[in-house]
Design a protein around this ligand. Structure first.
Ligand code: NZQ
Ligand code: ZN
Length: 387
């Protein structure tokens, strides 16, 4: 096992009715609250009114930064940070999915940024910068942003989507009931995202980190079990709750403890797709992951035992020779994504090969290939397999 550090300072309130802890979560930070949210889902589901009522009754002074986009833009970071500076905000309250929370984390750092080139601030952020305190009410099970310090910000003018560490939420409130209203497409994309967070770490050369492996396989099996249930029955509390807790742990780093990281190649490739075509993150990951696995298995058969373990322990497959079993596990993953309604070809999203070389150049870094090395040419081949 490799060395690791566990350091997650976020207090997590998980479960039905946990919004009852909102007032106490905010009040130690001050009275002036910046409420951040997205394109209006929180208003449609009644959560906005519920939050405002709690804040008003408790005497908080509320300012708003609304309209944060999926794949949040640096312009929204700038807008929020400017409000924080002008209105002397004490604490940020993020209500929404991963995009709102990621943007809010960058806003929290931006509030102390001396300047107005917020893209430079995003690029320079590494988790050590001073930040405003942040409380999150999460409405989507996907990114795990509620339990990590990461944020992914896009600058569409230059086709860049960049992940950095900003700040942990001080408190995250995760009530699975808030995810009942998620459209099927977002539920499926969220499931694919959390599976990818696991698979990026699972496909590692380290085979002896027993607990981490068990957590990884457990989360994958739980998503495979519960995602079809919520697609049939969106208000199924147990299935929504399991998905939510899976998502919080999946991106927390915990499942990778003790393992050599793969460098998260599918995320690097997906961020290129989103930076050029503004696609839904989880959909891009679902399309890429089986193709990436097929490609690297062909390129380096020494990874066969790892893929055999995936086929046996995650998909319950057996009775085949090792190479066949490895391929059958990849096929099972592909078939699962099809079964939950994810479009599995880039062409279905209007993407062709125009920018593949530019995208491959941009995402190929030394850290990218600790599982199986990938050159720019390899990445272009993987993108083409996804068409
Ligand atoms: O904008 P609103 O109106 O709120 O609607 C959102 C949005 O359109 C809607 N939605 C969210 N909760 C809802 C709901 N609709 C109905 N009912 C609800 N309860 O869903 C749409 C997608 O929301 P978004 O926040 O974009 O989704 P997600 O949570 O998947 O976040 C995706 C972003 O997170 C980044 C991705 O790259 C992408 O930019 N990631 C962040 C990570 C992190 N912080 O650690 C790691 C991930 O790998 C990922 O890269
Ligand atoms: Zn992700």
């Amino acid at each position: 096992m490799e060395n690791f550090v566990h350091d997650i300072p976020t207090k997590l309130y998980f479960g039905k009715g946990m919004i009852s802890h909102l007032e106490e979560s905010l009040k130690s930070f001050g009275k002036r609250v910046l409420l951040t949210y997205g394109g209006g889902s929180i208003k449609r589901v009644g959560l906005y009114d519920e939050v405002l009522e709690i804040l008003t009754k408790a005497g908080f002074e509320v300012f708003e930064c609304a309209g944060i986009e999926p794949n949040p833009r640096v312009e929204s970071v700038a807008r929020g940070a400017d409000i924080c500076k002008k209105e002397k905000i004490d604490v940020i309250l993020s209500v929404g999915g991963g995009s709102v929370l990621d943007c809010s984390k960058a806003i929290a750092v931006g509030a102390y940024f001396n300047g107005d080139d917020y893209w430079q601030m995003v690029l320079a952020s590494n988790g050590s910068q001073k930040a405003l305190p942040l409380v999150a009410i999460m409405t989507m099970a996907a990114t795990g942003s509620e339990f990590d310090s990461g944020g992914v910000i896009s600058n569409m003018a230059i086709h860049k989507k960049i992940g950095r560490t900003f700040t942990f939420p001080a408190v995250s409130i995760c009530d699975p009931c808030y995810t009942f209203t998620l459209p099927a497409k977002q539920s499926a994309a969220g499931g694919a995202d959390m599976m990818s967070h696991i698979m990026e770490g699972y496909f590692s050369r380290t085979m002896n980190a027993d607990l981490s492996e068990a957590i990884e396989e457990g989360i994958l099996k739980s998503v495979i079990h519960n995602l079809p249930i919520v697609l049939q029955d969106p208000t199924n509390y147990e299935a929504r709750a399991n998905l939510f807790w899976n998502s919080s742990i999946a991106c927390s780093g915990i499942p990778e403890y003790g393992k050599v990281s793969s460098g998260w190649p599918c995320h690097a490739m997906e961020h290129e797709l989103s930076a050029f075509y503004d696609i839904t993150h989880g959909v891009g990951l679902a399309i890429l992951t089986p193709r990436w696995l097929s490609y690297i298995l062909e390129k380096d058969s020494s990874i066969t035992p790892r893929l055999v373990k995936f086929a046996k322990n995650v998909w319950g497959l057996e009775n085949k020779d090792e190479t066949e079993l490895a391929k059958a596990g990849i096929q099972a993953l592909y078939d699962f994504f099809v079964s939950v309604g994810i479009p599995m070809h880039l062409s279905e999203l209007g993407i062709d090969e125009t920018h593949f070389e530019e995208m491959a150049k941009s995402c190929t870094h030394p850290w990218f290939d600790s599982f199986v090395g990938l050159s720019e040419e390899d990445v272009v081949c993987i993108f083409k397999m996804c068409l």
